[in-house]
Design a protein around this ligand. Structure first.
Ligand code: PMP
Length: 391
């Protein structure tokens, strides 16, 4: 039998062993983690909606009408009014013809990519794309060509020497770096080389663009430029699930072909109702976006002044680049001793030698919360050598 214990021991030795902490109570910056109070800077609840009273109320008031369980897959008898209304709401919110509600972003990426590309086709994927995109590419059985992060010139050269159906897939906002993909340029080369562009905007929806409509409208682009957008609902939207939005014919095709849509139980319909309520808030409330972006600007200024190496990100994802796994763990541990939760992110989630602390900011943080983080970072700065990684 394979030496599972040995492999785990090796991971521990390399500083790559992963542990879970146990959270009690609702998700919010003030967490109880393994019984200890911590101020968290690592959730994806960028707008502080995961525990918003209007969303909780929408969930509570939906339950008597919808019941709890999804009971069946969408194509059997699980497709509820509430799912349907959410899909219409998501299409309208993203300015697209049609949308489809998936149970998770992981499943949306796996299902969409493997349905839209298959044997004999070629998928072009940014090297820093999320794991679920990578797995969707594998599942598709298409040929996969990875281009350097954000390198549109390299992608264009690859597109030019490839025959057959082509699909280009990218994160909209990169999950571990926080930068936005060069969507305008990607749209241009996809048009020029007849490739279908798919953007996973998991971290852009709710945060970027007019009324939080995402990174595609933020760059002045529409369905003509980026035909397929995927978004998750468990991050800025604060609920659960995911969606894909685009031309009706593609959504129809996905209903026929996306295995992670077809062969899974529909989400509890009450979640769809709560999600509609959350989208109403997102559309209405520019103040949350303005506040979190204000915190981002301040964090960047003040953390850089402390000598920390930040990445070129203007989004709530603000990684502090550290380099080796042990230093990242030591900094995270020292912050935790000061009552702050900022997890260390290590390979394979990020490239070898680029371990980091992934600081995320939320509209639920106050400036006083940020004061605490910056003070702790000032106190812990001596733990790191001078920055030595070029970004
Ligand atoms: N895409 C990206 C870019 C992500 O960061 C994530 C989650 N970390 C997902 C997809 C998966 O979404 P979900 O958590 O809804 O499965």
């Amino acid at each position: 039998m394979r030496d599972f214990e040995g492999e785990l021991a090796q991971r521990k030795q390399a500083g790559l062993y992963r542990t879970r902490r146990q959270i009690s109570g609702p998700q919010q910056p003030e967490l109880t983690s393994d019984g200890k109070p911590l101020l968290s800077f690592c959730s994806n609840d960028y707008l502080g909606l995961a525990n918003h009273s209007a969303n909780l109320e929408a969930l509570r008031s939906a339950l008597p009408e919808t019941g709890l369980g999804g009971a069946a897959s969408h194509l059997i008898c699980g497709h509820h009014d509430a799912h349907h209304e959410l899909e219409q709401r998501l299409a309208e919110f993203t300015g697209r013809s049609s949308a489809l509600f998936f149970s998770t972003g992981y499943m949306a990426n796996m299902g969409v990519i493997s349905a839209l590309a298959g044997r004999g086709d070629t998928i072009f994927s940014d090297r820093l794309n999320h794991a679920s995109i990578i797995d969707g590419c594998v599942l598709s059985r298409a040929k996969v060509r990875r281009y350097r992060h954000g390198d549109v010139a390299e992608l264009e050269a690859m597109l030019a020497d490839t025959q057959g159906h082509k699909l280009v897939v990218t994160d909209g906002v990169f999950s571990m770096d926080g930068d936005v993909a060069p969507l305008k340029e990607l749209a241009r080369v996809c048009r020029a080389h007849d490739a279908l562009l798919v953007v996973d905007d998991a971290h852009g929806i709710g945060v970027l663009g007019p009324q939080g409509r995402g990174s595609v409208p933020a760059l002045g682009l529409s369905e003509q430029d980026v035909p397929v957008v995927i978004g998750t609902l468990g991050k800025a939207v604060g609920t659960s699930g995911a969606f894909v939005a685009g031309p009706e014919v593609l959504m129809d095709y996905l209903v026929q072909k996306a295995r992670t849509y077809i062969y899974t139980t529909a989400m509890p319909p009450a979640i769809a109702r709560a999600t509609c309520a959350s989208i109403d808030l997102i559309e209405r409330d520019d103040a949350r976006r303005a506040h979190v972006l204000d915190l981002v600007a301040r964090f960047r200024r003040e953390a850089a002044a402390l000598g920390y190496q930040l990445m070129p990100s203007q989004t709530p994802i603000q990684p502090i680049l550290v380099g080796d796994n042990w230093s990242a763990l030591a900094l995270s541990q020292a912050l935790e001793e000061k009552g702050l939760l900022v997890t260390a992110i290590r390979p394979p989630t990020v490239p070898e030698g680029e371990a980091r602390l992934r600081v995320t900011l939320s509209a639920a943080h106050s400036h006083a919360d940020l004061d605490r983080l910056l003070q702790a970072l000032a106190d812990c700065r001596h733990l790191l050598a001078e920055p030595d990684i070029a970004v």
